[in-house]
Design a protein around this ligand. Structure first.
Ligand SMILES: N[C@H](CCC[C@H](N)C(=O)O)C(=O)O
Length: 274
């Protein structure tokens, strides 16, 4: 499945546990040696009573992440179909995410909303090397300076620029992702205000590289832009294959709404799992 081109291999391990080593995760996510995806998602039985499914998130480098907004919409839609329900709760290692079907998109597939939980703005949540004002973090490179730090269950540093097309994100992204300022690395978002409530966004994802869309990055970008007075609390994030609507609610939760797509269903060869 994919959310605006941010693509996932979603394995269903609810009836039998899968112990995937980091090397196995990397192979499955490899676009030549395996299936290929931006993130590998493994569905497990939930451990919280109120949750319908547990969603594990692995980056192509094998690392585990605490949030993946686009995959959460995909998994929520998949479980809604199974349950013939319009609301489900997805459990992740970062918390419980409530999701709701909002209608049907132009591709005939569901439009899904997810409450991505609270935006964590404290430096201890990002986490960073020293105490700092997360609205002005002391890290930058070339045209990318003075980012805003937001944690949506995963760490984001969002930079604002006048001309997004002029930013060589493929070159600057990995250097910033691995900057010693971020002991757990960070997702690097670069946003340009293109209207009253519209931001264009590109993200160098931690453990993945540049993706076509990043749901948690979109949430972080709207919270960051609102803190900088660039937008109010609700904005459209313009991506290459569509847009996400993000609202930073008064209770500090962040609501993300957008489409999903199913590419294919199949079975992995056992050689990829053992
Ligand atoms: N690379 C991210 C996880 C995937 C986030 C992204 N695909 C999304 O839709 O939020 C991290 O390591 O925190």
């Amino acid at each position: 499945m994919h959310g605006l081109g941010n693509d996932f291999v979603i394995l269903d391990a609810r009836s039998h546990a899968l112990a995937l080593t980091p090397a196995r995760r990397r192979t499955i996510a490899d676009r030549c040696l395996g299936v290929g995806c931006d993130q590998l998602i493994v569905l497990e039985q939930p451990t919280e009573r109120d949750a319908d499914v547990f969603m594990r998130i692995y980056n192509p480098d094998g690392s585990e992440a605490g949030a993946c907004g686009n995959a959460t919409r995909c998994v929520a839609s998949l479980v809604m179909d199974e349950r013939k329900a319009d609301r489900v709760t997805v459990q992740t290692i970062a918390g419980l995410l409530e999701s709701q079907k909002m209608g049907t998109g132009t591709n005939g597939l569901p439009v899904i909303s997810v409450d991505m939980g609270p935006a964590r703005l404290d430096w201890r949540e990002i986490p960073v090397r020293e105490a700092c004002d997360t609205n002005h973090m002391p890290v930058g490179l070339g045209p990318l300076q003075d980012p805003v730090g937001t944690n949506m269950g995963n760490p984001h540093a969002t930079f604002f620029v006048e001309d997004l097309a002029a930013i060589p994100l493929e070159e600057l992204g990995p250097k910033l992702e691995h900057d010693p300022f971020f002991p757990e690395r960070a997702n690097i978002g670069v946003a340009q205000r293109v209207g009253e409530a519209r931001l264009r966004l590109r993200v160098w994802e931690r453990g993945a590289g540049v993706t076509l869309a990043c749901g948690s990055g979109a949430c972080a970008a709207v919270v960051a832009a609102s803190r900088r007075g660039l937008v109010d609390r609700k904005a459209e994030i313009i991506l290459e294959h569509g847009s996400l609507t993000i609202e930073w609610l008064r209770d500090n939760h962040v609501l993300m709404t957008g489409g999903i797509s199913v590419a294919f269903k199949g079975e992995l060869d056992r050689s990829l799992l053992s």
